[in-house]
Design a protein around this ligand. Structure first.
Ligand SMILES: *Cc1c(COP(=O)(O)O)cnc(C)c1O
Length: 410
């Protein structure tokens, strides 16, 4: 999004026109930005056999999946439903990684039947898997190296109390199970959380994985998960992808030499690919002055964007309707009957009732975490693709709210 003279635009499309045409609230995504992020990642890891698997739980609109598939990207899925969405978008089963946790064995069997790459994250399920499939279905194993990524307790999954992955300390047990059932382990995986800034921390985890990898003879790939950080606040420190790429590429190639085989290097970013592509346009319904603050009440809330409430996440906000208005301090709140503050103490260009605000970083974990709380409709989604605005999801209607309700004689 950029300010062109008096209007904020994406690929030359005026965002106020998008809000007028499709209504508010509305999610808007910049296809060019997604492609740019994908290419940036590919370029950073030149010199290895790189495969990117987009972690689609971040944003599951089928057009986003199609866009990334067209670029040569694969898919990381966490449920059988995401697998089905991937197939719907045209991915080959072999391009899809299925990384569930705490799902039933029946669901894993369904994924096997479809033919996707299975990633197992606990020994109990691995034993059932071995019992059922022996060496006939190759499997990846998710390990937990117990490294802490960043300092944000909500999103680090590598620590000791985490439910994710097989502990690196259980490798002897793991090897017994693999040997007993003659399981073909074709990949090793780790995903330590969402805030890896530091290549050194990342490499510590990688070293642990390399060490374990020597015990597995059938490896075809190693998957280092995600953890690429994007900026949310102005001035945020973000992952230096070029420097990380160089360091990991060098180390990975050295490991492959040692291992005696060229392995594929996989990553599964969500946020990095789609977060910054998204802007959530909301309308200011009311300006409410209290003794302590000035609230902007908008036509949305935690039902559409949960991250501020759930994670204390910061999302930058721009007043699209008044780009040169005098800056004033506001708290932006939703219309849900909860304390659903979207932003505290923000300096915004003066906000008037009816103004359209753009909430930034709305591509990842935004609409995908939305709900119908307060019986509100989920918003529409628009994709700016090749300089044109395309509606890619309709705003819900009252019929959608009633669709699954069953009325009985009362
Ligand atoms: C959520 C998730 C990701 C993506 O994380 P981001 O922070 O969005 O990059 C990758 N892998 C797995 C297994 C995940 O659960």
């Amino acid at each position: 999004m950029e300010l062109q003279e008096t209007s904020y635009q994406i690929q030359g499309v005026d965002l106020l026109n998008v809000a007028n045409e499709f209504g508010s609230p509305v999610y808007v995504y910049d296809a060019d930005k997604i492609v740019k992020q994908y290419k940036k990642l590919c370029n950073a890891f030149e010199g290895v056999d790189l495969k990117i698997k987009y972690a689609c739980k971040a944003l599951t609109n089928i057009n986003i999946l199609k866009l990334l598939r067209q670029q040569g990207c694969g898919l990381d899925t966490v449920s059988i439903q995401e697998v089905l969405l991937g197939l719907e978008a045209g991915f080959e089963p072999s391009e899809i990684l299925y990384t569930p946790n705490c799902v039933s064995f029946e669901e894993i069997q369904k994924a096997v039947d479809v033919g996707v790459q299975i990633n197992i994250d606990n020994i109990s399920i691995l034993e059932q898997f071995g019992n059922e499939y022996g060496s006939t279905v190759p499997v990846c194993i998710r390990l937990n190296p117990h490294i802490m990524a960043g300092g944000h307790s909500h999103i680090s999954v590598g620590h000791i109390d985490s439910k994710f992955g097989v502990s690196i300390h259980q490798v002897p047990h793991l090897l017994r199970v693999v040997k007993t059932y003659d399981i073909k382990v074709n990949g090793l995986h780790m995903h330590t959380g969402s805030d890896i800034l530091d290549a050194e921390v990342f490499l510590i985890g990688a070293e642990l994985l390399f060490n374990v990898a020597k015990e597995f003879k059938d490896l075809e790939f190693m998957d280092f998960g995600s953890g690429f950080k994007v900026g949310y606040r102005p001035g945020d420190v973000t992952t230096d992808i070029e420097s990380l790429g160089k360091k990991i590429t060098t180390r990975f190639n050295a490991f492959c030499k040692e291992y005696g085989k060229e392995l594929e290097l996989w990553f599964e970013p969500g946020k990095f690919l789609v977060s910054e592509s998204g802007f959530f346009l909301v309308r200011s319904n009311v300006i409410k002055q209290t003794t302590s603050t000035v609230f902007v009440g908008v036509d949305s809330g935690q039902n559409h964007l949960l991250r501020p409430k759930l994670y204390d996440a910061y999302h930058e906000i721009t007043n699209l309707s008044n780009p040169f208005g005098t800056k004033r301090v506001y708290s932006v709140v939703g219309y849900i009957c909860e304390a659903d503050t979207l932003a505290y103490d923000r300096q915004l260009n003066e906000v008037r009732e009816g103004d359209i605000l753009a909430i930034h970083n709305a591509g990842a974990y935004a609409i995908s975490m939305s709900s119908n709380y307060n019986s509100r409709f989920r918003p529409a989604e628009v994709l700016i693709y090749k300089g044109k605005a395309h509606l890619i999801r309709q705003r819900e209607t009252f019929e959608d709210l009633m669709k699954t309700q069953v009325s009985v004689e009362i």
